[in-house]
Write a protein that binds this ligand. Structure first.
Ligand code: IFM
Length: 442
């Protein structure tokens, strides 16, 4: 008997991304991406691995569709490898790449699974990076051309599109911290990237709408909401958000940049406020990726006005990523998002946890992951009761995969992948999640 029931038509799914699962890095005409280049650079990936083979999903997608079906999921979120479609970033189109996504989408539709497609989940064509990549304003034309190519080909079957996955991670990890490809550590370039991603989103939104006005377009952002260390810090969170989620929300919902960063960003990009204004309303749904929270305390005379505090209180629990397990974070995040436009459609486009799973006699007992999903889902349910229009939930991830700078050392999957043989095994949490999807609750 379910004690927590989700609304009728709530969509249950799982999520992945191209570089993390596909493999086939140099097959059938695919070009190189910045992640191919980065992972092949010694010292960049913790276990010295690459996504060359990853989960070999490119060849095993049929088997993987049946895994999704076994979960009773009604939807699947995946991303397109841009260099598989446009090896040089712009032209020419690689027909074999398009054929592959055709087969994948047809297979999903036949299995009754609705595809949710992310255009950019971090694997930028290397050829574009060599021309400045996201720091070059020209990229918006290349991105919207890519969007058009994909939508022309799949738009008759794919209704739900996301332009970007986690722009803030691209900016902060790719161009400021350098732990992600392309490994740049430069605040000015990070701000240029930010500006060009925003405008690319806006241009692609319009291009897709002019081809298929009835389709739904979102953007998935990673958001670990802020919590004040002390009650007095909580009063400043709205201001601190100018350096976090408001970087994404204000342009898309209000057509403006956060005040504290506006001047610098406009100057660096030779920006035009009218361009930012046109971004207002360029979303049909918001994709919310959440795993944890951030604890902050006020710090005068720091550029942002705050500093981070480690969650080292007694009883604090963490996943293998070192991320605090804090289910209230997904509730607070949803309530904060809802404030920008009450009742606006939101999907949880990622939520899940990495744990140290062990394959024993063909089974993986992962009670921590099941508990994690249960406790976060309970909070999603609470947010729905409190007025948030959450339309669906995508567990990250369908299967263990290449976790960026950590290689294969972090397992997020509902299915365990034995990488030497590439065999997939359902973890106990997959069986639990299948029941959730079947019963629309637990
Ligand atoms: O694996 C990533 C995913 O690609 C983007 N969001 C966070 C996940 C876990 O780190």
């Amino acid at each position: 008997m379910s004690t927590i029931k989700f609304p009728e038509n709530f969509l249950w799914g799982t999520a992945t991304s191209s570089y993390q699962i596909e493999g086939a890095w140099n097959e059938d005409g695919k070009g190189l991406s910045i992640w191919d280049d980065f992972s092949h650079t010694p010292g960049k990936i913790e276990d010295n691995s690459t996504g060359d083979t990853a989960c070999d999903h490119y060849h095993r997608y049929k088997e993987d569709i049946s895994l999704i079906k076994n979960l009773h999921c009604g939807a699947y979120r995946f991303s397109i490898s841009w260099p598989r479609i446009l090896p040089d970033g712009n032209k020419p189109v690689n027909e074999k790449g398009l054929d592959y996504y055709d087969r994948l989408v047809d297979g999903l539709k036949e299995a009754g699974i609705e595809p949710f497609v992310t255009l950019y989940h971090w694997d930028l064509p290397l050829a574009l990076h060599q021309k400045g990549g996201w720091t070059n304003p020209e990229i918006k034309n290349a991105f919207s051309n890519f969007a058009e190519v994909m939508v022309k080909r799949l738009g008759d079957r794919v209704r739900n599109w996301m332009t970007f996955n986690e722009p803030l991670v691209v900016i902060f990890a790719g161009y400021m911290g350098g732990a992600h490809a392309p490994g740049i550590k430069n605040l000015s370039l990070a701000f240029k990237t930010y500006y060009n991603i925003l405008l690319s989103h806006g241009q692609a939104f319009k291009a897709i709408k002019s081809l298929y006005p009835e389709c739904s377009i979102g953007l998935a952002e990673g958001y670990f909401p802020f919590y004040g260390q002390r009650p007095k810090d909580e009063k400043y969170l709205d201001h601190f958000d100018n350096f976090g989620i408001k970087l994404t929300m204000l342009p898309l919902f209000e057509g403006r940049l956060p005040k504290p960063v506006e001047k610098r960003i406009m100057k660096l990009n030779n920006g035009n406020p009218a361009d930012i204004e046109t971004l207002k309303g360029t979303l049909d749904f918001f994709g919310f990726n959440n795993y944890s929270r951030q604890i902050v305390r006020r710090k005068l005379f720091s550029p942002t006005g705050f500093t981070w505090v480690k969650p080292d209180y007694p009883g604090a629990r963490f996943t293998e990523m070192g991320w605090e397990i804090y289910p209230d974070a997904i509730y607070r995040g949803l309530m904060n998002i809802n404030k920008f436009s009450p009742g606006f459609p939101v999907y949880i486009t990622e939520n899940g946890a990495a744990f140290n799973d062990r394959l024993e006699d063909g089974r993986i007992h992962d009670p921590d992951r099941t508990d994690f999903i249960k406790s976060y889902l309970a909070m999603v349910h609470k947010a729905i009761g409190d007025g948030c229009n959450v339309k669906g939930y995508f567990a990250w991830s369908l299967m263990d995969n290449f976790e960026w700078q950590f290689g294969y050392t972090k397992r997020f999957g509902l299915y365990y992948v034995d990488f030497p043989t590439l065999k997939r095994y359902a973890k106990d949490s997959a069986l639990f999640y299948a029941d959730v999807c079947r019963n629309n609750g637990f």
